[in-house]
Design a protein around this ligand. Sequence first.
Ligand SMILES: Cc1ncc(COP(=O)(O)O)c(C=O)c1O
Length: 388
Amino acid sequence: MKLASRLDRIEPFYVMECAKAAVEIARSPACAGSPMIYLNIGEPDFTAPPPVLAAARACMEGGRTHYTQATGEPALRDRISRWYGERFGLDISPQRIVVTAGASAALQLACLALVERGDEVLMPDPCYPCNRHFVAAADGVPVLVPATAEERFQLSAAKVEAAWTAQTRGVLLASPSNPTGTSIAPAEMGRIVQAVRARGGFTMVDEIYLALSFDAAFGRSALSHGDDVIAINSFSKYFCMTGWRLGWLVLPEALVPAVEKLAQNLYICPSSLAQQAALACFETEAIAEYERRRAEFRARRDYLVPALEGLGLRVPVAPDGAFYAWADCSAHAASSWDFCFDMMRRAHVAITPGRDFGHSGTERFVRLSYASSLPALREAVQRLSRVL
Ligand SMILES: Cc1ncc(COP(=O)(O)O)c(C=O)c1O
């Protein structure tokens, strides 16, 4: 069968390939006495807390498992709207919120609604690999703009202005970012939004890690810069519900019918079970638990980043959020791909090579996820230290 040519523009997801290799090595007899420590995983080691599980059970037992509106349960849209007020001091109308099947569906819907064949979308290099493929799947052209450590591995207004062409339709940013854990300073975000607005484009900001921000200087939503900003968020990371597949989009109200039409046709609605359970995420007890976990992630960062520096794995910009450290391994190996496989085999520590995340110097970098317990991180550092 002949595959559609758009497949040629979608590269393999190397993170997943590497994760498969890690599992295979972990199963081999060599790993018997020292099980693999997985620092390659982009999901919290925590699961949904008890109130969320109880809400899911009640939903199932009550038979409330039918389709919902494509834009999501009105009660959940209302609750997310209130959360923006409570957490970020923002007044976001529930009518602007569309609940989706994870941030992944949110990114896909937004790209399908806004990107036409040949349209260029600017994004930083490095960035989350799937971003360029959401754009490519909508027949657009992802344009990776190299972002340096001095720029916190993020785009600036000046960079956006310089890269903008007659074909550019908008920018796709993430703050804090995967793989670097670094954010765009609010003032710079404001300048980017203005530059894009002046050119009639869209600013799409993936804020999936925003609630896992450790630094008051950065933890603000880009939605504060105007009602034309599109924000993507998810229950996967801060709310620890990766497998439940639930996220949301905040859109200018005029775009909601277009996105609703796409969601209705593409997947009908997000999981009703996950939506009912997610309502419990905002209960006082659940938020207290999530905040405890955020403090735990911060403590892990405070341990891991200096420890990596001590191993000669330089972290050029300290992460201010998420659960990733972006470390330069060039003191040890020219290719981070080889370095990662070497560490998997000899130290039984799985880490992710930079290759996926862009093309500008990413071969020198590895991404370590600190979504593992402190004892596991300490053990991983000891093992890396012995091998290096
Ligand atoms: C920056 C970023 N955006 C989106 C996603 C996809 O998240 P979801 O599980 O909500 O689809 C991820 C997952 O790792 C991510 O890191």
